[in-house]
Ligand binder design. Sequence first.
Ligand SMILES: Cc1ncc(COP(=O)(O)O)c(C=O)c1O
Length: 442
Amino acid sequence: MTVIELKNNKFQKLYPINLGVNEIGHLTISGFDTAELVKKYGTPLYVIDEATFGYNADEYLNSLKKYYSNFLVLYAAKAFACKKIFRLANEIGLGLDVVSGGELYTAIKSDFNLKNIYFHGNNKSQEEIQLAVKNNVGRIVCDNFYELELLQKIAKNENKVLEILIRLTPGIECHTHEYIKTGHLDSKFGFDLEYLDEVLNLITKDSKNLLLKGFHSHIGSQIFEIEPFSDSVEILLDQFQYVKEKYKIELAELNIGGGIGISYTKEDDPIPIDEWAKVTTNTIKQKCKKLDLNLPKLICEPGRSLIAPSGITIYKVGSIKQVPNGRKFVSVDGGMADNPRPITYQAKYTAVVANKMNSKELENVTIAGRYCETGDILIKDIELPKIIHGDLITVFGTGAYNYSMSSNYNLVSRPACILVNNGKSEIIIERETYDDLILKQK
Ligand SMILES: Cc1ncc(COP(=O)(O)O)c(C=O)c1O
């Protein structure tokens, strides 16, 4: 019989930093009673704690500042793309990694500093590239030969010089607890290293309109080891040296992607950001010295580790089913459409009963979603206080890849998203209505 412990371990960011329990045993976030937030905004409800987002961003900025002078941290928009979060990221001094015309358009409408935008993607359309070029976004990260041709054509037509990075696949594949290095990666993203000469020949032939600034690689997501990042840095810097020697071009930017893991459960053991920054920048300094290269500008693009721990989702319990001699299914009013990660890749989450934080009598339940898929299970087998209809289940770590991956499956409207900070709560994305669901239907 344990009471749920809400404190983060030193490097575990399982919970938002402003989490608490009030005198009536309710979970609070940034001073707000979650039950009161539910009364005001309804359920399911995404809640983002602004202070946690700022805290995580500061961790990146301050630790990199300690070890390296020339860097830019991009927020990977795909984790959670909306105007308010883009405005916060811009104010904090982060750049932005976008992967679609939609994310770029949202950034433009958020008055994002366009010079700090890096445009990624393995199949950008001509229209999307034109939108980026017309708005003078900072960099386009070229992924493949088709795109290289498009870029040359568009740059020529617009009479502009495009500053580009080339995305390389360094042959490192990361999973949560293991990684492999191979000469060749079976990935849809980026150029294989053996095509480097072909790429360089195409770019240098048309150097009037394309300016190669550096290389990019992103080796995976939810990574719990530092070594793959260092290996990736070494491989990319080897290519810097190759290009310097053979093409007499000294590249200025090294973009090492995102991917640092976070805790979704207490079993997860993420890398301390400071340690990652120290080791990665040391590798850059040593390797550049060895290869006689100038220190490049370091760019990284975390998404999950910036925004996931800032977010919680509050659901209301509806039906409860006890299978004879089997599981107890507690169904909530959301599920796979607002959080597709469990059904997509068996992602694990932690939850509490927000209105019963001091309850000591626990039972094993499975939290089921409301959608018409047997696999729509948010958390399998979790110890929670005895639950009845109307209780509030709060799931942690839902700030990333939840709203941004959400759908209207079963024609259920998307939840509202609110931002809380310093005694203020505001809607940043309205709850969808039934009319929203049929808005585009004829
Ligand atoms: C190119 C690129 N950069 C950055 C990210 C962000 O990764 P994460 O959210 O794991 O930090 C991704 C995620 O897929 C990515 O593909």
